[in-house]
Design a protein around this ligand. Structure first.
Ligand code: SF4
Ligand code: SF4
Ligand code: SF4
Length: 261
């Protein structure tokens, strides 16, 4: 079983690496679609269905059907966040210290930051500053660095460096607290078969293993509950199911079909 599990993890890592290398711009493309829709609405123009908007719609449909699997596995920025935190944790372990969780307690409040970013960016877009915001965004800095192009905005670079520091201090720092596309995804309804759940009666008394390993620090909802106020924060990564000693956390579709038992 050990080898089988190792194989699955390797396949997932390869998929994530491939999307990071070859498709780093999906996230920026989709959010550009949202921004353009707002700009067109503000200018009272006819809405255009171009590649940006199509990407946004496809990602939203995938999220409604299967939960945030795009965030969990395919988004280059999410992968970057996981990689930076993994490296930071390794360094801490070598120093015989615990991995950082600087924003663990404040996370419940800080998660609202992404909605503020979303509203601010879309409001600026509606006011005609969409291109300026985009040019100075940390995502543009990331895209240019990824493409080995010179940086065009020091503001964008500065913000990107701050985000990298945040990523080293807290799991999925950008995704949980800052990402405007993540804010949209977190508000989408998710089909019941894709909401991660547990059978609370089967839980070990006092166990919090799933919450401890969860990059969103989520307390899993019970099957009776279905979903809860935090379910939109779930990245559908399946780490809770991997960690549960009782195999009592059900991974979101299609994760449960990858279950080793
Ligand atoms: S929350 Fe944003 S940055 Fe994070 S994985 Fe999702 S789309 Fe990407
Ligand atoms: S790890 Fe498993 S047993 Fe422990 S609280 Fe989570 S679902 Fe329950
Ligand atoms: S560990 Fe579980 S609850 Fe947490 S984000 Fe991943 S799938 Fe969702």
């Amino acid at each position: 079983m050990g080898n089988k599990k190792f194989g699955k993890q390797q396949i997932l890592l390869l998929i994530r690496a491939a999307f990071f290398i070859f498709y780093p711009a999906i996230f920026v493309t989709a959010f550009t679609g949202a921004r353009m829709l707002v700009e067109e609405i503000a200018a009272k123009e006819t809405l255009k269905l171009d590649g940006f908007v199509e990407t946004l719609i496809i990602l939203c449909v995938i999220t409604i059907l299967f939960g945030r699997i795009f965030c969990g596995f395919f988004c280059a920025f999410g992968t970057l966040g996981d990689a930076v935190y993994w490296m930071s944790s390794r360094i801490q372990k070598k120093r015989k210290k615990r991995p950082f969780h600087v924003f663990a307690k404040a996370g419940d409040v800080l998660r609202y930051g992404k909605y503020i970013v979303l509203v601010a960016v879309l409001a600026l877009a509606a006011a005609g500053y969409g291109s300026t915001v985009s040019m100075n965004s940390p995502l543009s800095a990331f895209s240019r660095l990824h493409a080995l192009k010179p940086i065009s905005s020091m503001i964008g670079l500065g913000l990107f460096i701050l985000i990298l520091i945040g990523m080293a201090l807290e799991p999925r720092f950008f995704c949980r607290f800052c990402c405007p596309l993540g804010a949209i995804f977190s508000l989408l309804p998710v089909m019941p078969f894709s909401v991660v759940q547990r059978d609370r009666e089967q839980c070990i008394k006092g166990c919090k293993a799933c919450q401890m390993v969860c990059p969103a620090s989520m307390e899993l909802p019970s099957k009776e509950e279905g979903d809860n106020a935090m379910s939109g924060e779930c990245f559908a990564c399946g780490k809770c199911a991997e960690r549960c000693p009782r195999r009592n956390a059900e991974r979101p579709f299609p994760g449960k079909y990858l279950k080793s038992k």
